[in-house]
Design a protein around this ligand. Structure first.
Ligand code: ADP
Length: 156
């Protein structure tokens, strides 16, 4: 029996954007399963609570049998180990993302050398989409529909 290739895509997804969806779709053919792992950090103020963010992800990926949606607390590498995932998927928009992600990937690999981070470049049309700016637009009553998956902008 071959070993399953399992990847974790960790993030806040507050809210999930078209940028996240595009990264997951790029990664999907490379793995047997992707676990989208919603991180919970008690120090962060979220716009959408954990159940809402989970519902958003479940709605967007309801037809994808190779995607699981989970939540977690603590170190991403520990979550990976618990679920037999040897890969972390992350998206890159620009050098700022690269600088930030590079250090986390190196540190994660030092903490657990079985776990490798795989990066996917964003599509140019999504490179400016950022959940933080989307939250700001929502908080100020603007229209965010072009940045979010259709199923989600209908809900929000
Ligand atoms: P975090 O709170 O860890 O930054 P996010 O939910 O903002 O989590 O993002 C999770 C992952 O998705 C990160 O790797 C981030 O770089 C990536 N990402 C976010 N927005 C985009 C986008 N528009 N295009 C590509 N990747 C993105």
């Amino acid at each position: 029996m071959s070993i399953q290739k399992i990847a974790v895509f960790p993030g806040s997804f507050d809210p999930i954007t078209k940028g996240h969806v595009a990264i997951i779709k790029k990664a999907l053919p490379l793995f047997d399963k992707i676990i989208i792992a919603i991180g919970t950090n008690s120090l962060k103020n979220y716009l959408f609570d954990l159940d809402q963010r989970k519902d958003h992800l479940k709605t967007v990926f309801k037809l994808e049998s190779n995607i699981e949606i989970m939540t977690y607390k603590g170190l991403t590498v520990n979550f990976c180990k618990k679920h037999n995932a040897n890969f972390i998927v992350r998206g890159l928009r620009d050098v700022k993302d690269f600088e930030y992600e590079k250090n986390i990937a190196i540190m994660n690999n030092k903490v657990n050398s079985d776990i490798e981070t795989i990066f996917f470049m964003t599509a140019p049309e999504y490179s400016a989409i950022n959940s933080c700016i989307v939250r700001d637009i929502i908080n100020n009553g603007g229209d965010i529909s072009q940045f979010l998956p259709n199923e989600i902008s209908d809900l929000i």
